[in-house]
Design a protein around this ligand. Structure first.
Ligand SMILES: [Zn+2]
Length: 209
């Protein structure tokens, strides 16, 4: 028995470093159920280390891809790794499974240097959605990911009266920031290719009026 506990601890400790199994080790952190077409796993409230103080104003949505090899690896970075402050509100897997990590009113660190509609620091007023994809250049969003994200978003958009034009990509808000702050060291990189953003918006407009 003691040996098994030791082995499990070693596996979990290793997994926290190298990802992959940590989500399995911490299974008590999430509760999953089917909502409509997709599985939705809601995680226990995050530690304060991972969140910023204050309330999110919920006026827009920033779309990202994880740049991770798997959703497990992404969850390890976004939720379990307390040394990293990077986090989003929801992670959407390739099959449409949603991992809900924070509630809309919580402020999460997903956008960094960013600007939307003349306001800096989008973490203060936007929801962050991470789509599992190594890179949307080579691994476009699946139709299920887009559909599931819209299932998640429609009630939030209605509740907080978020206009469709405020659903943007990370690259767009970063570029807006760089126009105003050209000397800052914000990296320039694609985060959700424009083609996938257009697919997302077309699907959203069909369902949200
Ligand atoms: Zn991003």
């Amino acid at each position: 028995m003691k040996k098994r506990i030791i082995i499990t601890s070693i596996v979990c400790a290793a997994a926290l470093i190298c990802s992959g199994v940590a989500a399995w080790c911490n299974n008590d952190k999430q509760s999953c159920k089917r909502e409509g077409k997709y599985k939705v796993c809601t995680f226990a409230p995050l530690s304060e280390k991972k969140l910023s103080a204050g309330k999110n104003l919920v006026q827009g949505v920033v779309l990202h891809h994880t740049a991770c090899q798997s959703s497990k690896q992404a969850l390890d970075k976004l939720y379990f790794d307390t040394s990293s402050t990077v986090i989003c509100h929801v992670l959407i897997d390739r099959d449409g499974t949603r991992y809900v990590l924070a509630s809309p009113k919580e402020r999460t660190h997903h956008a960094g240097y960013s600007r939307l509609n003349g306001k800096d620091w989008c973490n203060n007023f936007t929801i962050g959605i991470e789509f599992q994809s190594v890179d949307t250049h080579v691994q476009p969003l699946t139709d299920k990911q887009i559909d599931s994200a819209i299932d998640y978003l429609i009630p939030i958009m209605k509740k907080y009266k978020i206009p469709v034009k405020n659903i943007v990509t990370h690259e767009q808000v970063r570029n807006e920031w760089l126009k105003m702050h050209p000397n800052s060291n914000a990296p320039t990189k694609v985060d959700i290719v424009p083609e996938d953003h257009q697919r997302f918006m077309a699907a959203l407009k069909k369902r949200y009026h």
